[in-house]
Design a protein around this ligand. Structure first.
Ligand code: KG4
Ligand code: ZN
Length: 340
């Protein structure tokens, strides 16, 4: 079965062609970073307009790269939630239009579930379930028990900022461009741990939940002084590196510790990670070091970041499970609970 994947939930316009859920024939991601960079974050209205401009060229390239025509596509899979509502609507309506024109089924896919599926696309076999899913993206941070593909149980999530969001906000404090994650990772490589001491947030009564907004504020105080009463301190390059290193280490050790706690609690031997933050090499080293006894699955290369191959891949399983496509009434949703 040839599946066309469509992803427009935030600031990436993406189309991909995947065969039978795993075999990626093409994976085209057209970034809008240049557009949003000067605003220090994604401007929804601008993202929507750019999705409209970029959709057809992205679709055409995905079909050309895969050397298939639209008429050969058997199923259209689209991220229908969660995300910026206007942006999601553009991809969803494009998928519905193609479905009607081609008289082919379409299915809506949860973007966050797809981030976890990304790590399952590469190995020849799926791991034995249940395994523990860890979502680390710009919009979400969650620990989920994966009982089967399509069957999830939420164990913990962030009560405020998502981890990627806290990287982006910290980067902004340090005067770095958007999105900040890769810049923080780069600075942290030259930084020394222990110069700044930060603490990750704990959520009373919910040991598997996350809280990252306080961590970002600790960086802000270190830069500007308590309550911003002091004039902004002029940071040396080395101080910026040290701040980035301590921030990154604190955030990641919190993720590692809570992941290990959840894996023990749920008796999971395999950890499946997904989302843009999993692109970070230091995070991968920390897991290798602290969780060497567990089987750890990472998305390959660019599959960490927003892409449509993961949407097409998961869409295949969603379609098989439902036995039919979604109705044209399927609505775009900005927020969606992880548990179906
Ligand atoms: O999953 P994603 O592409 O989009 C969402 O669904 O949110 O994640 C984007 C997030 C951004 O916050 C970005 O700063 C972060 O992933 N990110 C990183 C790295 N690369 C991207 N964070 C830390 N280290 C990186 N190397
Ligand atoms: Zn994402």
């Amino acid at each position: 079965m040839l599946i066309l994947g469509i992803e427009t939930t935030c600031d990436e316009t993406a189309c991909a062609v995947v065969r039978d859920g795993k075999d990626i024939l093409s994976n085209v991601v057209t970034s809008q970073i240049d557009l949003h960079n000067e605003y220090g974050g994604v401007v929804p209205e601008l993202a929507c307009r750019r999705h409209v401009d970029l959709f057809l060229p992205t679709l055409t390239k995905a079909l050309n790269d895969a050397q298939v025509t639209l008429s050969q596509i058997d199923l259209i899979a689209v991220a229908y939630a969660p995300g910026l509502i206007g942006a999601v609507l553009i991809g969803l309506n494009a998928a519905k239009t193609l479905a009607v024109a081609l008289q082919k089924p379409f299915v809506g896919v949860n973007h966050i579930e797809a981030h976890l599926y990304a790590a399952l696309m590469t190995p020849a076999e799926f791991p034995s379930f249940p395994c523990l899913g860890v979502v680390l993206s710009g919009g979400h941070t969650a620990l989920v028990k994966i009982n089967q593909i399509g069957e999830y149980q939420l164990l913990g999530q962030t009560v405020d900022d998502a981890i990627g969001e806290s990287f982006d906000k910290t980067a902004k404090i340090l005067g770095l461009p958007y999105p900040g994650g890769p810049y923080i990772e780069k600075l942290a490589q030259q930084g020394q741990l222990g110069v700044y001491e930060f603490k990750a947030g704990k959520v009373k009564g919910h040991p598997l939940d996350f809280s990252f907004s306080g961590l970002k504020t600790q960086v802000l105080y270190a830069v500007k002084g308590q309550n911003e009463r002091e004039a902004e301190r002029i940071l040396s390059e080395q101080q910026k590196c040290d701040l980035a290193a301590s921030f990154q280490q604190t955030a990641f050790m919190d993720v590692v510790e809570k992941t290990l706690m959840a894996a023990r609690q749920e008796n999971c031997q395999t950890i499946v990670l997904g989302g843009g933050v999993t692109f970070n090499k230091h995070l991968r080293q920390l897991f290798k070091h602290h969780a060497s006894e567990l089987n750890i699955l990472w998305p390959q290369g660019e599959l960490s970041l927003d892409n449509a191959a993961m949407i097409a891949g998961l869409g295949y399983h969603v379609f098989l499970k439902k036995g039919e496509g979604d109705p044209l009434e399927l609505e775009a949703t900005s927020r969606v609970s992880f548990v179906r």
